[in-house]
Design a protein around this ligand. Sequence first.
Ligand code: 4AD
Ligand code: MG
Length: 451
Amino acid sequence: MGKHALLKQILEEGQVGERFTARGWLRSHRGSKAVSFLVLYDGSTMKTLQAVLPTDTPGYEEVAHQLTTGASVVVEGVLVESPGKGQRVELKADKVAVLGVADADTYPLQKKGHSMEFLRSIAHLRARTNVFGAVFRVRATLAQATHRFFGDRGFHYVHTPIITASDCEGAGEMFEVKATSTKDHFFGRQAMLTVSGQLNAEALAYGLGQVYTFGPTFRAENSNTSRHLAEFWMIEPEAAFYDIHDDMDLAEAYLKALITAVFEHNADDIDFLGKFVDKQLVQTLESTRDQTFERITYTDAVDILTKAKREWEFPVSWGIDLQSEHERFLAEEHFKRPVMITAYPKEIKAFYMFNNDDDKTVAALDVLVPRIGEIIGGSQREHRLDRLESRITADGMALEDYSWYLDLNRFGAVPHAGFGLGFERAVMFCTGMTNIRDVVPFPRSVGQAAF
Ligand code: 4AD
Ligand code: MG
């Protein structure tokens, strides 16, 4: 028996002459009369291990017809230098067993080059493809890098509720939570799935100083776009004693740290995605990592957009909410780098944002990146109780509904700020994928909750 190891370890660290037992699935199989070439993957890496098996190996005859794409196999042998290009070593095999067959007539992932639409219809099988293997490995790296980034900076990881009675963003596009067994409200009042953990994170930041959440959020947005999901993940840092400038510094450093981590841990995946998904991927990521982000106000942005020689689908004037076409123009074409926009009109932003001295704008922060548009939304928070109360009232909301949130700033208020990064949008940005449904394993969006 050889040493059991992940293919990544065999391929990167295995020594010539060492004996290994390799386990995985067949990416492909081709044979001649004398030898059979088995190409194995196991998910640990983009790379495959080639096992070369003489056809006179004892037992080969019996399993030969089962060695089809998708079958799971165990192959034993000795590692040798590979004469083939692009691989350091291969396995000179002398033993093979099939664990699970994959019938060539019915296994849907026979040939390469399936459309994303088709793969979405078999989301339970698509993790077995090269593209989705790469995307989900990058996704895992981004999650780990998030915890490292905030942990290293003294941010405490906190858990905020998924079931909530408040609508943080005031957007009203929420899912209601009900018990199937009772007609009355289970929680004694109407309860919803959270759209953001921010208000709870603010409460925790006033005790722990610097915190971040990383959890699922839900929005019943009836928009069938390539950038919106009904269930998505958000990372929300919140820091006491931060102002809008500290917030921008944190957002820029965080995005750059994510990209650095992907280059460090997913070089093969990025290489593959850059070849087959987005030819500009490496360049976009490198320039985002290496360039200073642009920082402008909403008023500057409106200025640039009105002067641009462009037919906008949504006409631009001071006071409008920026649309995807505007955001992408600014990041992709005008500045050709990420743009951080602050000082938005207060009418188009949530009640909790810090009021600027002009009394017209709030200390909001949107970070826009090429190809995606808005990837981060955040702000400095209004910590002055009287201003907060008058804004809530002005927005037609009841102060009683926000009594606990108002308490935070009734006692020991300090300037504080935070933001939310849409995790799936970050995965799209780092993989070059163009549809948000293809960066989450099992997407939930309007009309769709299969698998
Ligand atoms: O800009 P948003 O709505 O900000 C908040 O929720 C704040 N409470 C965050 C905070 O300050 N703590 O959402 C934040 C980010 C967006 O920039 C976007 O990337 C992502 O969440 N997002 C979505 N991603 C996928 N599908 C959706 N339906 C999304 N809605 C927002
Ligand atoms: Mg936003």
